[in-house]
Write a protein that binds this ligand. Structure first.
Ligand code: NOJ
Length: 450
């Protein structure tokens, strides 16, 4: 079988600043959430690993970009560390941070690799968190003035921007169920933080358009296609609500300027919403140019009389699960693309993350980890679904594998999981291509997957 891709399809890899850069306190950068909470033993599932060095991309990006080029990579999705650009508050500016990103972006462009940049990927500066974080309405102004610095300095060469990565986890989860800093469980506060993030997102989109820069702006959402094994209408309705809550809570405002009715009709949510939310959303709304989708697996749902969102998730037996806990279901990627094509027919789509992890033992590279046949199978099966989605009419422009280099997984995962096409030896910081690196290179060269 042969699954082709369009000639201009962007085959990429994705990563983020706080997961590979290191240089946590160098050249003027101050602490962000990862730097601070990785030292805080109170954090749930505390790993003890620190992000101070990671893969040391901060010092090695020119060599890593050469490895990207050798792979034939067309695009690289990365994020900017806000605390490197504005280390001491909204009015501070660190020229060394600007210089670093400028040089890295130049190196990408010189190698014909399209840069896609996120403004916020997990790593709020501690000064933001100390002032109340996203729950403080002033966050909107701080975020927009940081975005302005980024657009002014990098916007001539970065032509794909995302305001936020996975806000369902990094905003809602951070305030509603302690999934990330500042580790709070307070639903009204979480709904307020979501609202501020959306208003900040709209303001960035407006600002970007007003600057007449030659690119596009969107956001990256964790998309989970939800299924039920039951034909009971209550279960089917619960399945729709699960998707509208987890994914639609962001996509509906970002694309249509409203929160989903299927979720607002739950008193648990409507009674805890910030004042004037509907008017504020409607008057600030501006649609974005593209939808970034992080796809790691499906969700399964049945009705529950819980008095909250009226659904329960359950684990479907029989799906292969990786060391990290992600359940592999390639068809779910196709279903997600079809769902988005139906609901937002005009939008450009990018798969901004998709990947699989193995458990790592120790700092060195286990030789056996280089023969990652399981990752090759995973990539093949998911890329087939990507090709099928395009054939079926999805307006899908690119696919970004997660991830280029072995990565710091945050407070909880630390360095326990290998996600990289390039293995990193954390003692010597040497990189070694895994079999999957050569496999991806072959796909990119041939423009098809078999
Ligand atoms: C999605 C997140 O964006 C990324 O930061 C993380 O490393 C991967 N999921 C894998 O957990």
């Amino acid at each position: 079988m042969n699954f082709p891709f369009p000639k201009d399809f962007l085959f990429g890899c994705a990563s983020s600043a706080c997961q590979i850069e290191g240089a946590a306190f160098e050249d003027g950068k101050t602490a962000n959430a990862f730097d601070y909470y990785s030292r805080n033993e109170q954090v749930d599932r505390f790993s003890g690993d620190l992000p101070d060095v990671c893969a040391d991309f901060y010092h090695r990006y020119r060599d890593d970009i050469r490895l990207m080029k050798e792979m034939g990579l067309k695009a690289f999705r990365f994020s900017i560390a806000w605390a490197r650009i504005c280390p001491d508050g909204p009015d501070s500016l660190n020229q060394k941070g600007i210089d670093y990103y400028n040089d890295m972006i130049d190196a990408l462009v010189e190698n014909d690799i399209v840069p896609m940049f996120d403004l916020f990927h997990c790593d709020l500066p501690m000064w933001v968190l100390d002032k109340g974080g996203i729950a403080n309405p002033e966050f909107i102004d701080w975020f927009v003035s940081y975005a302005k610095i980024c657009f002014e300095n990098f916007g001539d060469r970065v032509k794909l921007w995302s305001t936020v990565n996975e806000p369902s986890i990094n905003v809602f989860g951070s305030y509603a169920n302690k999934s990330n800093a500042p580790f709070i469980a307070d639903l009204p506060l979480a709904l307020k933080a979501c609202h501020h993030m959306l208003l900040a997102h709209y303001a960035c989109v407006k600002l970007y358009r007003s600057m007449n820069l030659p690119g596009k702006i969107g956001a990256v959402n964790h998309f989970v296609p939800y299924y039920t094994n039951s034909l009971d209408p209550k279960d089917e309705e619960a399945t729709v609500r699960a998707c509208d809550f987890y994914c639609g809570w962001w996509l509906e405002p970002m694309m249509k300027g409203v929160y989903p009715e299927t979720v607002l009709c739950c008193p648990h949510i409507s009674e805890n919403m910030p004042e004037n939310y509907a008017d504020e959303l409607a008057s600030a709304f501006v649609p974005m140019d593209f939808i970034g989708v992080n796809y790691y697996g499906p969700g399964f749902v049945k009705y529950s009389d819980d008095g909250k969102l009226y659904y329960d998730r359950y684990a479907e037996p029989g799906l292969p699960t990786d060391a990290y806990g992600f359940r592999s279901y390639p068809q779910g990627l196709f279903d997600s693309m079809m769902f988005l094509k139906r609901r937002y027919p005009e939008a450009e789509l990018y798969i901004t993350e998709n990947g699989i992890a193995a458990k790592r033992e120790g700092d060195k590279i286990a030789p056996s980890s280089l023969n990652d046949a399981y990752r090759i199978t995973y990539m093949r099966d998911h890329l087939r679904e990507v090709s099928k989605s395009i054939t079926a009419g999805a307006n899908l422009k690119g696919y970004f594998n997660w991830t280029l280099l072995d990565t710091y997984e945050g407070y909880a995962g630390g360095f326990d999981f290998d996600f990289g096409l390039l293995a990193v030896n954390y003692e010597t910081l040497e990189r070694t291509p895994r079999d999957s690196y050569y496999y991806y290179k072959k796909i990119i060269e041939s423009g098809r997957v078999e």
